[in-house]
Design a binder for this molecule. Structure first.
Ligand code: ADP
Length: 645
């Protein structure tokens, strides 16, 4: 890295800037200067009061006090920001120096006191140091000389007498002048250095800002726009262009100061594929190094564009990503001002930032395009799914409608059949013949089961259509269970099974619900228990007060568990069995008996149970270690019902 503190890299400082800087330096000097000169004068007033004749003493105090007041007023105004420093300081300097110089000179010529002479010289020389503004220096020192001449004329001295003192006076003025000059010089040098440093800092800051501005852009056009907008803060050039590589060519992708290509066409592509080509662009791409043309006219292959000021100096800086040149930053100056080393370094840094920003943008664009594609795909899939879902919904509705219609259609003739069968069953002459009696019994049983099935279907349709009506009553669950078991007693006996209610169930608080519908639920559960438990098995009904499943402590209710010692249910089926028409066994194998071991049903019982329990805002679920016909792990059906509805 080239250091910017080298002299030749410090740009010249404008006269205006020097003037303001000098004023500022004066501002810093004037306070101690004022203190010093006023202090010196006060001292003079103090040590010569007796020696001086009255009028002179009074005059001296008046001049000091008056000029002191003017200086203080100047400071005061300056502090309040009512006047600017450039006006106050020369003014204040003048008023400070005037009394001391005039007074001391006058005193000297009147008294010839050597002590006064030394003060006079000191004052004159110091004033030379303090006055940075040359105009004021000459004015005040002019007063000094005039005062000398005037007092000499007033006292009527002859030239020969005053010549040595006049010589001393001039020597002191000369010394003051050179001191002034040296002081100015050293200040100027400091100002120039400080200016250079500030400039370098500004450049660094601008580079940093430009980098931040570039890398925050997320699309290639935005990056290019930011490049051209920030370039002026970073580098001084008259025209600029960004050329990006596209295959074997370079394309001007963004430019500032170039005329747009005629007729709405795009700029011509610059072919760089030929390795033997010594043109400036192929050279930069090949060497990956910047190319600086200090005098463009010496290049015969330079292409001058019509209609714009011809280029004089050119700097081409490669945009490098990894090992590859992805483009060129082209910087044109139309006047003969070659780029400095420092400027070329700056261009390289800027080009690095541009390359990074372009890469970021291109990565972002890729990601954006990908996510857009993904989004479209998801949309299409969602649409497919939605379509399939609507189709399924339609099918489901059609099925429900079909079941609904068929159930109603079957119910009417079935009622007729059952009416006649019951009449036949009551006829004593028919009952006498055992053969006919068993036929009638068969028809009666069959039609009863058909009736049950149709009823179940109708309940299910109501659940599906959300038209199930609930007759809310308050009752003890034990009463309901006893009734259900009573009705199943015959069946239990035929399978030599037992069903026990645990004592805790009798103590459960009452619940609110539809007695008939809940009776259906527990009948189904117990019938299933009977069906999927071998002969001589036993069923148990337990119960307790518990919170809503899923740990909701605010909702309390009753949890009834119907357990059997049957074949159990595999874990993967434990949710499925609650869906409509679902059976774990094979449909074509089932023996279709309501009470036989593993006798299949329509697969409606549990789905109706869940529908009814859902309508009670309760929960129904099963727990079972798994299915095994030999070890008989058993199943536990839980029904949770809330106390309040
Ligand atoms: P189904 O009319 O077939 O009994 P359900 O809806 O009542 O219809 O039951 C669905 C399926 O759940 C049954 O086919 C059976 O495989 C299984 N199942 C229900 N209860 C039990 C149980 N207590 N033990 C084992 N399996 C059961």
């Amino acid at each position: 890295m080239h250091h910017s503190t080298d002299d030749h890299t410090i740009p010249p400082v404008s006269p205006d800037l020097i003037e303001t800087e000098l004023n500022e330096a004066l501002l810093a000097l004037l306070r101690p200067a004022a203190a010093f000169i006023l202090g010196l004068h006060a001292f003079l007033i103090l040590i010569y009061p007796l020696q001086d004749p009255w009028p002179l003493w009074g005059y001296r105090a008046m001049v000091t006090g008056g000029s002191g007041a003017i200086v203080l007023t100047g400071f005061f105004l300056l502090r309040r920001g009512q006047v600017d420093a450039a006006r106050v300081y020369p003014f204040a300097a003048f008023f400070l120096a005037l009394p001391i110089v005039a007074d001391t000179a006058g005193n000297y010529y009147l008294t010839r006191d050597p002590l006064l002479l030394s003060y006079f010289l000191l004052t004159a020389v110091l004033f030379g140091y303090f006055t940075l503004n040359r105009r004021w220096f000459f004015l005040v020192e002019g007063f000094n000389i005039a005062a000398g001449i005037l007092t000499r004329l007033a006292t009527g001295e002859r030239f020969a007498e005053s010549a040595p003192y006049a010589g001393i006076l001039f020597a002191s003025l000369l010394a003051a002048y050179f001191l002034n000059l040296a002081h100015r010089r050293s200040l100027m040098r400091m100002i120039t250095l400080r200016h250079g440093e500030r400039l370098a800092r500004e450049v660094a800051e601008n580079l940093q800002h430009a980098g931040a501005a570039l890398t925050s852009r997320l699309s290639t056009p935005a990056v290019l726009e930011a490049v051209l907008n920030n370039l002026a803060n970073v580098l001084d050039c008259d025209r600029a262009a960004v050329l990006l590589k596209e295959g074997d060519s370079l394309v001007i992708t963004a430019s500032k100061g170039f005329p747009p290509p005629g007729g709405g066409a795009s700029y011509p592509k610059l072919f760089i594929g030929d390795a033997s080509d010594h043109g400036i662009f192929p050279q930069i791409v090949r060497t990956r190094m910047a190319l600086h043309l200090t005098d463009v006219r010496q290049r015969e292959d330079w292409i001058y564009l019509p209609g714009i000021e011809p280029a004089a100096v050119w700097l081409g800086t490669p945009l490098i990503r990894g090992d590859e040149v992805i483009g060129i930053l082209s910087l044109v100056r139309t006047s003969q001002r070659p780029y400095t080393r420092e400027e070329m370094d700056r261009a390289a840094i800027f080009a690095g930032q541009v390359a990074i920003a372009l890469q970021n943008a291109s990565l972002y664009e890729q990601i954006a395009a990908f996510s857009q594609k993904l989004e479209k795909e998801v949309e299409a899939r969602t649409e497919d799914l939605q379509r399939a879902f609507t189709h399924l919904e339609k099918l489901d509705r059609a099925k429900t409608d079909f079941i609904n219609i068929m159930s109603h259609e079957i119910r009417t003739p079935l009622t007729v059949v059952r009416g006649y069968v019951q009449m036949l069953a009551r006829d004593p002459s028919l009952a006498a013949d055992p053969q006919i009696a068993s036929y009638i019994n068969g028809i009666n049983m069959g039609s009863f089961r058909l009736q049950e099935l149709v009823d179940s279907l109708l309940v299910m349709v109501k659940i599906d259509n959300q038209t199930l009506e609930i007759a809310w009553t308050e009752f003890a669950i034990i009463d309901l269970l006893k009734l259900v078991i009573g009705e199943l007693e015959e069946i239990l006996k035929s399978r030599r099974q037992t069903c026990e209610i645990e004592p805790a169930v009798a103590d459960l608080p009452p619940i609110i619900g539809d007695f008939d519908l809940l009776q259906k639920v527990f009948t189904n559960l117990l019938l299933n228990g009977i069906k999927y438990t071998p002969d001589e098995g036993c069923l148990t009904i337990g119960g307790r007060v518990s919170s809503r499943p899923g740990n909701d402590p605010t909702a309390k209710g009753v949890e009834i568990v119907v357990s059997d010692t049957g074949i159990g249910i595999p874990p993967e089926m434990q949710e499925l069995i609650f869906t409509k028409f679902f059976q774990t066994g094979q449909v074509d194998l089932h023996s279709s008996s309501k009470i036989k071991f593993k006798g299949g049903g329509a697969g409606l019982g549990l789905s109706i149970a869940r529908g009814i329990i859902d309508h009670h805002r309760g929960h129904i679920w099963v727990e079972s270690p798994g299915q095994d016909e030999n070890t008989l792990p058993g199943s536990h059906f839980h029904v949770w019902l809330p106390f309040t509805q």
